[in-house]
Design a binder for this molecule. Sequence first.
Ligand code: 5AD
Ligand code: SF4
Length: 486
Amino acid sequence: MDKLESKDFMNITDLLNNAPDKEPERQYYFIDEAAKLISKKEQELGRKLTCCVTTFGCQMNARDSEKLLGILKKIGYVESTDENADFVIYNTCTVRENANNKVYGRLGILHNYKKKNKGMMIALCGCMMQEPTVVENLQEHYKFVDLIFGTHNIYKFAELFVTSFLNKKGTIIDIWKDTDKIVENLPIERKYSFKSGVNIMFGCNNFCTYCIVPYVRGRERSRTPEDIVKEIKDLVADGVVEVMLLGQNVNSYGIGLEEKTSFAKLLEMINDIEGLKRIRFMTPHPKDLSDELIDAMARLDKVCNHMHLPLQSGSTEILKKMNRRYTKEDYLVLVDKLRARIPDIAITTDIIVGFPGETEEDFLETIDVVEKVKYDSAFTFIYSKRTGTPAATMPNQVDDATVKDRFDRLLKLVQNNGHDKVRQFEGTVQEVLVEEVNEQDETLVTGKMTNNITVHFPGDKSLIGQIVKVKLNCCRGFYYIGEVIS
Ligand code: 5AD
Ligand code: SF4
């Protein structure tokens, strides 16, 4: 089946000429036009069309995928988890090299599906598409891809979809270098009924020397507190009890807004929203974690007892080369402050092993911080060279065997610490937000404590979205088995 014969419809030039200039009205116009096209195609095929949105990478991407799915559902697609679908979109990540490799590998499989379903459309978006070399490679070797767009124009998805749908040959490519635009009020299809990510800002201005994010996500820009609070109120009215506030560096929230504000003030406003039960956020940067924020976390009852505070390295020398703008000692002082103000706070982190020039002594500094802080858990990463970042051309790149050895030693320590931290709650009663029926055992449900520890206990799906009191009977490594206390 070929793409739709469009003789009954306006051609793309007419459609573009007739479209409103203002957003989001323009996108709603394209959603309507797309719905007509899809309805016609359904009639031709005698069935509904399916779509599959696959997310790679972070929570920011997961939230973007909900926006993509929201539009696809409005257009008339039925969601499928099978990538052998009529419309497949990969929302990509490029933070580490293996994220890119995964996408190339899976594109081969999609190509085979497309050979059998000629009307299938394949789209790629997200961080990886912001890299010019990636797009060049796709243009040359992956000509079966229908649509490519980036991180800055995702709000334009409905328009790009229609353009691509009516396009007879070749790939539609629309990548912007940067943007200062934030378009509000587009459709969103949430994955969970009771919790949601909420973007509070986009982009990053920090330029840590290993990190590609500032190049692919552009400069920092904050949403207004009014828009954020309105979105959360609407979410709460729709059954959401927990929000995760998302930004690459939430501490710089508000800089650049006409009316100056701060992340702590935003937390305060959100804490006042009736019906909301829990507030989480990620990610703060240690260099500007203010006393005002620590104080707000301690005071505000809905802000969860959890701080994800990326360390990256414990060596002041390496931190300098990473352009992190704090020292080992600064970081340890912050942890002390946090624990002094919020004694039972869970602290988690990100650590990179094998940054260029990292010596055994530097690595032992990282081990020292991990031993001192005793993280509840930590994401450990092997340094991945990202072309275009300053670290990619730094001297003394560390050899693979040394990195692997350090990574294994670090992981062991992190896991042992994590077990000790988790175990301390054994026998206590804690509030748990029920998230889902347990995947392995359907007599159990799975939920999270305020400090993000996972708990499994007997229950059924009627509990999903509720906060219940659970006795933590038995610690099994990183999680608990418990029972509801009525
Ligand atoms: N190599 C390895 N890890 C990286 N991160 C970011 N860039 C790289 C890279 N080039 C890690 C950092 C960051 C997390 C989201 O990903 O630890 O906090
Ligand atoms: Fe990357 Fe650093 Fe920005 Fe985080 S703060 S996104 S690590 S540049």
